[in-house]
Design a protein around this ligand. Sequence first.
Ligand code: NAD
Length: 249
Amino acid sequence: QGLLEGRYAIVTGAASARGLGKATAKLFADHGATIAILDLDANAAKAAAADLGEDHVGFACDVTDKTACASVASELKARWGRIDVLVNNAGITQPLKLMEIEPQNYEAVLDVNLRGTLYMSQAVIPGMREVGSGSIVNLSSVSAQRGGGIFGGPHYSAAKAGILGLTKAMARELAPSGVRVNAICPGFIATDITAGKLTDEMRAQVLAGIPMGRAGEASDVAGCALFLASDLSAYCTGTEVDVNGGSLI
Ligand code: NAD
């Protein structure tokens, strides 16, 4: 018996082949969930959904567009009758230093990571409240906790730290209606966001800061998302779970 048998789940930014969203969607589907993959490109989203099996669907949805989020959520609610799980995974990063950040950089990074998390959540919350249950999982980052990492600039840290505040505020407000909200803080995970961007020297430096001595895999994050999405975490809300190989010890 899967942990998400009969559940309906949305994963944003899940078309990227090596990404955390795709791995999460795959693990959820393996545990019995029906999945909607949302991403910028409709064909990529549909192809990623088809990879999971025939019941799953893919849609174009730019999470910075509040109307698009509402419209895809209402289409899914009409199709499925309910939405049980939302994983706010869509995110972008830009490796800029503090003084290099221009207004358009700040806007773009805050828009996708922070605004997108709010808009997509607002789109599913009324339906979750109606049925009296639901789990929302937000992707933050170790960059929020450490004030930066090797990939994201200060604006990325700010956006991901904003997600932690938003997670707690949402969790507090939604707890009485049975909806749980939690965040994951991944450390250094091997995906397209990190691929090919490190020199050997940078890589050695990053690994030296990870007590477990290895980069994380997308499946490490997916496992944590499964825990937070399922009833295994029924009494957890407003938490942040580190998936970082011990980077903050
Ligand atoms: P990725 O780049 O592989 O995937 C991100 C996906 O988001 C892409 O498919 C992209 O098309 C999509 N996307 C971008 N803008 C969008 C928008 N406006 N609307 C909808 N979709 C959009 O990234 P990843 O490494 O899988 O990261 C997933 C999440 O985890 C992100 O939020 C990222 O910040 C976070 N994270 C990643 C790491 C890491 O080491 N990889 C570490 C900490 C946090």
